[in-house]
Design a binder for this molecule. Structure first.
Ligand code: SF4
Ligand code: SF4
Length: 474
């Protein structure tokens, strides 16, 4: 009875107890209901198989209100997989070109630094103009039903290939009519002479610059190949953009990677105190831990800061703290809780064929093209694994492979069918550790994490609601 609480007639639920009250979550109706202590004790017995569900008076009582009806998921299959072939023909959304696998920095936590098992490392491989043009053609042939498209440039450090980026933009301009085009660039911010800045501004690029807080925190890991820190260069470049194009500077998105080399408290202080970033969106992302050769060693201080920021976010959600006190680090907590709360207000019946969430519209949402013209679902998956290669610009999409990635849920089909968390669970194939491809054993590791996360989210929502949390009006 670990994954789900499959009762004798497929009544699937999960009991939860906060300090103040007991609750039950009913999978079939996606409902969270407060219980009396006696009701909770009886449902606990059903969960532990000490009492048959058909003999439970509590279940009988709530069945009259529409809860606890038997529901059977016959098959674990992602319903979207049936539509994907159609979408891949005419509804692609975003193309990201890996213009180079080289970088002028050697950041300590870089995905391409060799600290990850089975991942590529920095190399001199670059995209040729021919492959770039053919990738763009491949994409444009499949956007018929979209009025707006996004084209991004990625590396290594994409600005090492500034001439190629310029040629691509020129080519796109000459080949797209009647569509809104957005360009995006993710850069380390060190290669930005005036002509690069002017070009990005003229073409209204959505610019993502990596900056890990103050000089000390940033330079601790984001370094040039000779070991020198990059903070001063980046700040100089951002200042230059601000002086020449103040409106554009406001739109730059700052990307901060949470990593064990930084003091997270100092990073938050820096962004709070420095007016230069007052209007910029600052996005915090933890460094990925999947396939890391050694677990990252975060110190006590890191957890203290995280917890403090998390508690402030909770206080904000129950109206005890103003929004201005919420750091960018915990904004995602607020957003996630809102989404979970809204999700719990949707009471549609669970289809008999379904799957857990997590697989985006593979290839449709963020098609990533490697330097050699191979296709991948996005820039985050391990591009050295054949499993994730979903085609090439010459051969087209490999629908069987896409379907397999889409249907990662099938690896744990038996567990998922009876899992109380099926509606909450979000697992993407890219986050599962693996050598060649995700196995059932690898998947079960993520499954346990997801199950714990779902339980924690429900518990958190119950507690918040006890203190007056509501998404109404938000
Ligand atoms: S700038 Fe990005 S690609 Fe380059 S070393 Fe740093 S993290 Fe890696
Ligand atoms: S993968 Fe998700 S839905 Fe399936 S058993 Fe695990 S936690 Fe439940």
């Amino acid at each position: 009875m670990q994954k789900g609480c499959k009762m004798s007639n497929n009544i699937i639920f999960k009991t939860i107890k906060t300090y103040n009250h007991p609750y039950v979550y009913d999978r079939h109706t996606n409902s969270l209901v407060r219980l009396t202590d006696d009701e909770y004790q009886e449902l606990l017995k059903v969960e532990k198989l000490e009492l048959k569900s058909e003999e439970s008076g509590v279940i009988k009582k709530y069945q009259e209100f529409g809860l606890f009806h038997p529901n059977t998921v016959e098959k674990i299959e992602n319903n979207q997989a049936l539509l994907i072939e159609q979408y891949l023909k005419s509804r692609l959304t975003q193309l990201t070109l890996q213009v180079t696998q080289q970088c002028n920095l050697r950041c300590k936590y870089c995905a391409f630094s060799g600290i990850y098992e089975n991942n590529r490392i920095h190399s001199a491989n670059r995209m040729t103009l021919d492959i770039a043009r053919r990738s763009i053609d491949f994409f444009l042939e499949r956007v018929r039903e979209r009025s707006d498209i996004t084209i991004g440039f990625y590396g290594g450090e994409p600005l090492l290939e500034f001439d190629l980026i310029k040629q691509c933009v020129e080519y796109i301009r000459g080949h797209v009519e009647g569509k809104q085009i957005k360009y995006t660039l993710t850069t380390n911010g060190t290669l930005m002479p005036d002509d690069v800045i002017d070009f990005l501004v003229e073409n209204d690029f959505l610019l993502n610059i990596s900056l890990d807080g103050s000089k000390t925190e940033h330079d601790a890991s984001r370094q040039f190949a000779n070991g020198e820190g990059t903070f001063d260069t980046i700040i100089e470049n951002i200042k230059k953009i601000g002086e020449k194009h103040p409106e554009y500077k406001r739109k730059i998105q700052i990307m901060t990677t949470i990593n064990p080399h930084m003091d997270l408290g100092c990073v938050l202080e820096y962004f709070k105190a420095d007016d230069a970033f007052a209007t910029n969106s600052i996005l915090f992302n933890p460094m990925s831990e999947a396939n890391l050769k050694e677990r990252p060693n975060y110190d006590v201080n890191y957890f203290r800061v995280r917890n403090y920021e998390y508690i402030k976010a909770l206080f904000y959600m129950i109206g005890k703290v103003e929004q201005k006190y919420i750091s960018p680090l915990s904004r995602s907590v607020v957003g996630l809780t809102e989404r979970k709360s809204k999700q719990l207000s949707e009471h549609f019946a669970l289809p008999s064929t379904t799957s857990h969430g997590g697989a985006c519209k593979i290839g449709v949402r963020r098609l990533f093209v490697r330097v050699d013209g191979s296709l991948f679902p996005c820039e985050r998956v391990n591009e050295t694994l054949d499993y994730f290669m979903i085609g090439t610009i010459d051969a087209g999409f490999d629908i069987d492979k896409i379907s397999k990635i889409f249907n990662i849920g099938k690896l744990t089909a038996d567990e998922c069918k009876n899992c109380w968390a099926l509606r909450f669970c979000v697992i993407c194939a890219g986050q599962i550790e693996c050598e060649n491809e995700p196995s059932r054993a690898n998947k079960l590791v993520e499954c346990t994490k997801s199950l714990n996360q779902s339980l924690f989210s429900l518990y958190e929502l119950c507690v918040l609601k006890e203190f007056g949390y509501s998404t109404e009006g938000r």
